[in-house]
Design a binder for this molecule. Structure first.
Ligand SMILES: [Zn+2]
Length: 536
């Protein structure tokens, strides 16, 4: 092996450095980038080495909000992702149940609410194919679950079971739950009723996710929902040298408890952090989502949705939230708040403002994820508070979730959906993530939607507010430098000499050609810490 370079990568190199400059070759040695420049210049400096050619080379992508382990888990069980038909769902569930006669529970996920329309899926559909074993399937956005009658029986859920404060059962006329569980009813069913995954199960789920994400050019992620068993799995994989991703684990804030859990989070950060794993983040989920009228809004939902759900669900009330954020900030945690509605977004900013007032400025890089419907007056507050906008651009188009679920529930407020352009213009740092398994982890598909605000494959179709489009350069910077910033990964996100060698090699230059072709870009090789982890 050459002593000056292990590998040279040649193609149009988009460095995502401060100048957003282009180069033609990158040399890698001992996991780091040792030369960037023209091909002749790089070869002269490092001599000969193995060479990979690509049409375009970009920094390894970082997904700033993903449920990678959970998505890997679904892929190992009943995976409904990519199907868009109830009969196809049922066929796949039956196939899995038949192939696994010894599984006591049939679990999985990936169903898409608009496929069912109206009140969502129904337990009788599952009873017809799996009558004797419990079935539990999360939907794509993981805010709802579909269960069969056997599962409800085992859980003792009947017409007389009241709704909890943080969710609801969709019910038949006689009060009996239909089998569609919303928000807190879905979470508590999963955590209290479905047999828990072991650390070994989680390790296998992370392995599956890591393989899939490396194939998409992703080299780092922030897992947005990590409880101790999953944190152990990440640590174990790191100790076994099986983790090639850099991972930030957002430790789960239990909304059913208060500040007494902070001590446990400090302990988890302590034993969880090391090597490629950074456990210094706490995730606080403030609300549900407007698609099911559970996002927390300043004003009631429209019409009968408002009568049934008023202003939605605020999972952590403002006073308790501020107390938690001020204390976690003082302890040096990064706080990752999930806020979709305008009330929850304002509460999230108010809490950070209180923390800044109490503890002064720090480099915690707090972020708010989703920003589906912020009040426009709140967007300019992020930059002075040092709050990063963590956005999921694939949702910013007139897809069925927007048009058939969100718009009827929020009315004219839909005019301010996903104001990514306003975020960029405000000067706030923009990071991006897929929220996989909610939607695709394919970065090129997500970036095309950020640029066009149209459904992929419909270049002449409707646009979700053209004034909020951003450029490909802005989207690509968000998925690399922006997400690396929020991941506290100052060694990643750019192709610059001295930085860690995380690269994605592409089969075409996404800046060439039409914006409607961005999603057609494929990753041919992925390099993480100087090692080829996908492709040739
Ligand atoms: Zn999420």
């Amino acid at each position: 092996m050459n002593e000056r370079a292990d590998l040279i990568v040649v193609g149009d190199v988009y460095t995502v450095d401060a100048a957003r400059s282009w180069a033609r070759a990158v040399a890698i040695h001992n996991g780091r980038i040792v030369a960037v420049g023209t091909e002749a210049d790089v070869r002269e400096r490092v001599g000969t080495a193995e060479v990979i050619f690509g049409a375009c080379i970009v920094p390894g992508f970082q997904d700033a909000h993903i449920h990678a382990a959970f998505a890997g888990r679904i892929r190992r069980h009943v995976d409904l992702e990519g199907l868009h038909d109830v009969d196809d769902y049922l066929a796949r569930i039956r196939e899995h149940a038949d192939a696994h006669p010894d599984e006591a529970w049939i679990v999985g996920g990936g169903w898409y609410a608009p496929v069912f329309g109206g009140d969502g899926p129904d337990r009788h559909q599952l009873d017809a194919i799996v009558p004797d074993r419990p079935v539990f399937l999360m939907n794509t956005d993981t805010h709802a679950a579909w269960v069969n009658t056997r599962a409800l029986e085992l859980a003792g859920i009947t017409a007389g079971t009241p709704d909890p404060w943080d969710g609801y059962y969709v019910r038949e006329a006689n009060g009996m739950p239909t089998g569609c569980l919303q928000e807190g009813t879905a979470y508590s069913f999963w955590s209290d009723r479905v047999p828990a995954d072991t650390v070994e199960d989680w390790m296998e789920s992370v392995r599956v996710a890591q393989r899939h994400l490396h194939a998409l050019g992703i080299t780092a992620w922030q897992d947005a929902w990590v409880r101790p068993d999953l944190l152990k799995a990440y640590r174990e994989l790191e100790d076994l040298h099986e983790l090639s991703m850099h991972v930030v684990t957002s430790l789960w804030w239990d909304r059913h408890r208060g500040p007494e859990q902070i001590e446990e989070l400090v302990e988890q950060r302590e034993w969880g952090t090391g090597g490629r794993v950074n456990a210094g983040t706490v995730k606080i989920m403030l609300d549900g989502c407007p698609e099911s009228a559970t996002g927390s809004m300043l004003e009631p939902y429209e019409g009968h949705f408002g009568q049934e759900h008023d202003r939605g669900l605020q999972f952590v009330e403002e006073g308790a939230l501020t107390e938690a954020v001020v204390r976690l900030d003082a302890l040096g945690f990064q706080i990752h708040q999930h806020a979709l509605g305008d009330r929850s977004f304002r509460a999230a900013l108010d809490a950070v403002e209180a923390a800044r007032a109490a503890n002064g400025w720090n480099d915690a890089r707090h972020h708010i994820a989703h920003l589906q419907l912020p009040d426009p007056v709140d967007i300019p507050r992020m930059r002075p508070l040092g709050v990063v906008a963590n956005m999921q651009p694939y949702w910013a188009c007139p897809d069925p979730a927007t048009e058939t679920l969100t718009r009827p529930r929020v009315g004219s407020r839909a005019d301010r959906l996903y104001a990514i352009g306003d975020v960029v213009r405000s000067g706030a740092v923009l990071a991006m993530g897929s929220d996989w398994p909610v939607t695709t982890p394919n970065v090129f598909e997500q970036m095309q939607v950020a640029v066009t605000r149209q459904v992929i494959g419909h270049p002449d179709g409707p646009i979700l507010d053209a004034s909020q489009r951003i450029t490909l350069a802005q989207a690509l910077a968000a998925f690399t430098r922006g997400s690396a910033f929020v991941n506290h990964d100052d060694d990643g996100g750019s192709i610059v000499e001295g930085m860690r060698a995380d690269l994605a090699v592409l089969d075409r230059n996404p800046f060439a050609g039409s914006v409607h072709e961005i999603a057609e870009t494929n990753v041919t090789s992925t390099i993480a810490s100087g090692h080829v982890v996908f492709g040739a």
